[in-house]
Design a protein around this ligand. Sequence first.
Ligand SMILES: [Fe+2]
Length: 387
Amino acid sequence: MPSYVRAGSLPHKRHIQFRRPDGGLYAEELFSTKGFESVYSLLYHQRPPTATLDVRPWHRPSVTFLPNDPLRNRHFKVAQLETSGDAIDSRRALLGNDDIVLSIAHADRPMEYWYRNTGGDEMLFIHQGAGTLETPFGELAYRQHDFLVIPTGTTYRVQPAAPTRMFVHESSGAIVIPRKYRNEFGQLQEHAPYYERDFRAPLLKSPVLARGEYEVRVSNRGRHAVYIVENHPCDVIGWDGYCYPYAFNVEEFAPITGQLHQPPTAHATFEAPGAAFCAFVPRLFDYHPLAIPVPYNHSSVDCDEVLYYVSGNFMSRRGVEEGSVTLHAAGAPHGPQPGAVEGSLGKSRTDEIAVMVDTFKPLHLAQSALDVEDPAYFRSWIEAPAT
Ligand SMILES: [Fe+2]
């Protein structure tokens, strides 16, 4: 939804007759959000997307979340979590609340069905791997360090060309570009750390005309079903609008740096109900001659902070590794570990990549996270941590 996109063949006005070569009418679909009040697109299908042959139960396992009790900072060595399968069934929930669920997935095989989450937007962060996100809007080729933002209600398949490790964000609402980056017309402002051309829209392919029995697994906030539909989801001849899946590679993020340490909000990427997202990418450190490059101690009393460590040397964090997730709980003090401040002095740049989610409601813990927890993490700020 960064800007208007049109693809393929369209009638010259919306909501008018638009005929196929065989004389039949294309089936127009309004793909809208917040009822009919927010961003939307219009898609033209070969045949109606409503043709449902059967609806079956989908006994999707539910996740039990436990409170972060005793309330403390935590470190999960998520890279050690064994999981495989397709992009949906390999998901392992780590943390969640009513606004967002954060999971890891490791897709090593293609999806043999379609998936549609109608409970909110999803954002897949590709840690490693490459492949294709297939949707009715077209195909998005993805690569390492891409964010794939998938609007609620989008039917999709993830087809890995290489095993794909993902950090999955399932929001209960819309994942959007922060208002502070946009002007009164929605265009990204000159001070924003990215620009419209950094965002990749799907590439519409020739419509698939086949009819058959196509499986679409649908989830909506704890309710699930398997739909068997008659028409291939990718039978679209054209579409236009502001609501579509898109990709943004975090390496395109142009970080804002300063004379003194910039707060995480300077690195904001997206926002969603009850959640804010940031990206820490390779950048020059602060240039005051006495600057301290690593963060100050703080206790973010209003939010739980989650960091997913992607690559590089995480200078201010002791013990974390690629694929680690830390949860800094609201009110629990944290900051550079002993030695990190002195170690950072005089450094001119960092090569780290990490993505962050702040949530404004408490995050709860899934068993998958607890299974790989480093239980000593909360003691990592003392001079000689227990071994
Ligand atoms: Fe923090």
